[in-house]
Design a binder for this molecule. Structure first.
Ligand SMILES: [Fe+2]
Length: 130
């Protein structure tokens, strides 16, 4: 069973961004599959990959918003920065301090889905002129 599944309601009707969001969800499933471990573990590799990919994806989104004169770009960038920081913290702390693996998965899942459904939807609607 997969940890999180893509739902049609997550679609922003932007093929490129949807594809990236699907890949982030896939990466979260890979992390869930890897399970907890130490600094050299598969889970740690998954977190590093997710951070790198999220950075690339956020740059694409920020460019899209900037090119379209989106008014709430700055707050959106802050949300992205918060997520990257959280991934950094998890990478550093999850296997050395008491951070239950399941809590980390839940946090990442809630952030990702919540961000897509609220903040990303707002810019997508703005760009589409809805
Ligand atoms: Fe975003």
């Amino acid at each position: 069973m997969v940890f999180v599944e893509w739902k049609d309601k997550y679609s922003l009707e932007n093929e490129h961004i949807d594809k990236q969001h699907k890949f982030l969800i896939q990466m979260l499933n890979d992390l869930a599959e890897a399970g907890p471990g130490d600094k050299e573990s598969a889970a740690c590799t998954c977190l590093s990959r997710m951070e790198k990919y999220a950075q690339e994806h956020f740059q694409d989104e920020e460019k899209l918003m900037r090119d379209n004169g989106y008014l709430h770009l700055d707050e959106h960038i802050k949300e992205h920065e918060g997520f990257i920081q959280q991934l950094e913290d998890y990478k550093e702390a999850v296997f050395t301090k008491y951070v239950p693996f399941q809590d980390m998965l839940e946090y990442l899942n809630n952030w990702l889905v919540g961000h897509i459904l609220e903040s990303d939807r707002k810019y997508a609607l703005y760009i589409r002129g809805d």
